[in-house]
Design a binder for this molecule. Structure first.
Ligand code: NAD
Length: 259
């Protein structure tokens, strides 16, 4: 089988932790190009993977080098880059959250349909074996009718994760649009839709900025949700967890391998 020529746009943490090494490891894929507005980062990553570096995603798409891309940029660029790629006849794997508005998300789907190319959002929780088993148990009726759910996802926040650190885009409303609820809550919302096989029809929420005074997005949120058939539950998302630094050596140790 011919390997699919792939490019990665945005060479920050998720690209360096997951997309790039996974593509490099996958025999069905040939990593051919990377792109980042930070030229130094783009070049270092390109050298590491032996691929071409771009600083403009438009130029990468126009180069004709790629058949598929990963979109690993700040949230506000997910829709414009995905749409440009689909219009250029390139398949898209776009990081979550899908977009910063319903209109943008609908446009992405419409353009994907018109182009005949694949648009996939990186809701990786669907690929966890235990989640797949849970879905099967629910779908088959083996565990009976579901009445309610509780889900929560939290950590200390993206300061130690993002290549941009404490002053980075994750905390800026115009680039991130939403905070913990969009970063972490969206994973659980998608997982519940997958597990229950239903859409949510009602939601109520408290979305707060509790643990930081230097950001203009939320870092602590609790929602109450109801599905089409009346399954009700709670979803909490937080960047306000407090842990001892000693629990973080994985980031610290691994970070030295990244550029
Ligand atoms: N699926 C998951 O579990 C998961 C996990 C972490 C992050 N993410 C998502 O991945 C995306 C990126 O997050 P991250 O943690 O890698 O952020 P990051 O801050 O570490 O990296 C973002 C990168 O995008 C680059 N960039 C900014 N504007 C650009 C442009 N116009 N063209 C090209 N590159 C540009 C920055 O220079 C930076 O290198 C976010 O949307 C985030 O929500 C998903």
């Amino acid at each position: 089988m011919k390997a699919l020529k792939v490019g990665v746009i945005g060479c920050g943490s998720i690209a360096q932790y997951r997309h790039l090494p996974e593509y490099a490891f996958n025999q069905h894929v040939e990593l051919v190009a990377v792109c980042d507005i930070n030229e130094e980062r783009a070049k270092k990553v390109a050298v590491k993977y032996g691929v071409k570096a771009f600083t403009s995603y438009v130029e990468l798409l126009q180069s004709g080098e790629v058949e598929a891309i990963s979109v690993c940029t700040p949230n506000y660029l997910h829709a414009p880059i995905s749409i440009a790629a689909l219009q250029a006849g390139v398949h898209v794997l776009c990081e979550k959250p899908m977009a910063t508005s319903k209109e943008e998300a609908e446009k992405m789907i419409e353009v994907a349909k018109q182009s005949g190319k694949k648009l996939m959002i990186a809701h990786n929780q669907r690929f966890v074996k235990s989640h797949q088993k849970a879905r099967q148990l629910i779908e088959s009726g083996e565990i009976g009718k579901i009445y309610s759910f509780r889900t929560t996802f939290g950590h200390v926040g993206p300061e130690d994760w993002s290549v941009e650190g404490k002053g980075g885009w994750f905390f800026q409303k115009e680039k991130a649009f939403i905070g913990a609820i969009g970063d972490l809550g969206v994973h659980k919302t998608d997982l519940l839709r997958y597990l229950l096989g239903e859409e949510f029809i009602e939601v109520g929420a408290f979305v707060e900025t509790s643990a930081r005074d230097f950001i203009d997005v939320d870092d602590n949120a609790v929602c109450v949700l109801k599905t089409e058939s009346g399954i009700i539950g709670t979803l909490a998302a937080s960047w306000a967890y407090v842990v001892k630094k000693i629990t973080l050596p994985l980031f610290m140790v691994r970070k030295q391998y990244f550029v």
